[in-house]
Design a protein around this ligand. Structure first.
Ligand SMILES: NC(=O)c1ccc[n+]([C@@H]2O[C@H](COP(=O)([O-])OP(=O)(O)OC[C@H]3O[C@@H](n4cnc5c(N)ncnc54)[C@H](OP(=O)(O)O)[C@@H]3O)[C@@H](O)[C@H]2O)c1
Length: 304
């Protein structure tokens, strides 16, 4: 599938827009490229970046779903079709996106969906689909944007991870594997890209009131009753909180935009009290395990 772009009157032609200086000053608009803007966090991020005076290249599999964003601010929004599972489309969409305003400042890997079910219950095809979108998709987008960001010697990669990567639940093994993969990837990227002026931040949202549970959650094809008390219970929990999640995607988006504008960003930003509490709990538990096992674990080295 070829990428398709729609843009407002002032940005319809990339040649009509003068390229900006390499690093935008605080007064200059940043150019955002965001995946998965049809709903939820991606949509909120696009809206908040526009409200902050920035320019947004909003992407989605179905570009028609983005028309309301274009109407919101035709001069500072451009739309590009992008399915992150399609390698050719990722490359052409990024080239097209870069040509619109001649730079990319903030790239958000937001597109994603859940897969609920015990690891054994998920089919090979379901596992493959989930990793294609949640892990290989971000890798493709990053590899496509990096030549542009390196040439600028600036940029900020924002990876939407998940509370499942802080510590995971029964029933979210494949999704958590994908998000933990993104976390490992991002730690390397941070070390590789910091000397080149490019920032990397992992955002770890707790449960947010988006379409994630209602629409973006694949369910394991097989059901094995042995997992009812573990994976099955987590599935029931998700159904119970659907529509009542504590996280507000608009507030999350505002925090992310403020972080980008501040010019200083952590490697990890847990969002919402649920995620913050979870990080504290995990830190305590890891410290406890380390203390319990340290004297034994160091004995695995060759004697000095
Ligand atoms: N909401 C939460 O509780 C929560 C918690 C932790 C992490 N997250 C993460 O937050 C991110 C955004 O999710 P959300 O909560 O905003 O849910 P959402 O409202 O369902 O949005 C998911 C977005 O991902 C897009 N998408 C899915 N597959 C895609 C693909 N192959 N190519 C391009 N776009 C694709 C969807 O587009 P279509 O319209 O084409 O399907 C949609 O725009 C995801 O990475 C999710 O894992 C969410």
């Amino acid at each position: 599938m070829n990428s398709e772009s729609v843009s407002g009157s002032a940005n319809a032609s990339s040649s009509s827009v003068a390229p900006l200086a390499s690093t935008p000053s605080s007064a200059e608009p940043r150019v955002w490229l965001i995946t998965g803007c049809s709903s939820g966090l991606g949509r909120s991020l696009a809206e908040k970046a526009i409200a902050a005076g920035d320019r947004v290249i909003a992407t989605a599999r179905n570009v028609d779903s983005l028309i309301p964003l274009l109407r919101l601010s035709p001069d500072s929004v451009a739309l590009v079709a992008l399915d992150v599972t399609q390698p050719d489309q990722v490359r052409s969409a990024v080239a097209e996106a870069h040509a619109i305003w001649g730079r990319l400042d903030v790239v958000v890997n937001n597109a994603g969906f859940g897969l609920i079910g015990a690891v054994e219950e998920c089919s090979d095809a379901q596992i493959e689909r989930n990793l294609q979108t949640n892990l290989l998709g971000p890798i493709r987008v990053i590899r496509a944007v990096l030549p542009h960001l390196r040439a600028q010697r600036s940029g900020h990669l924002i990876q939407i991870s998940a509370a499942a990567a802080i510590s995971n639940y029964a029933g979210f093994g494949i999704y958590g594997a994908a998000k933990c993969g993104v976390e490992g990837l991002s730690e390397s990227l941070r070390a590789e890209l910091a000397p080149l002026g490019i920032r990397v931040t992992l955002v770890q949202p707790g449960p947010f009131r988006t379409e994630f549970i209602s629409r973006s959650l694949d369910r394991a094809e097989q059901r094995i009753s042995d997992y009812d008390a573990t994976s099955g219970k987590f599935q029931q929990f998700l159904s119970r909180i659907s529509g009542k999640q504590p996280g507000d995607p608009d507030r999350a988006a505002e925090i992310i935009v403020q972080m980008v504008h501040r010019g200083q960003a952590p490697l990890r930003l847990a969002l919402g009290k649920y995620a913050v509490d979870k990080v504290r709990k995990v830190l305590r538990s890891r410290e406890f395990d380390l203390n319990e096992w340290e004297s034994v674990a160091v004995g695995a080295d060759f004697p000095a």
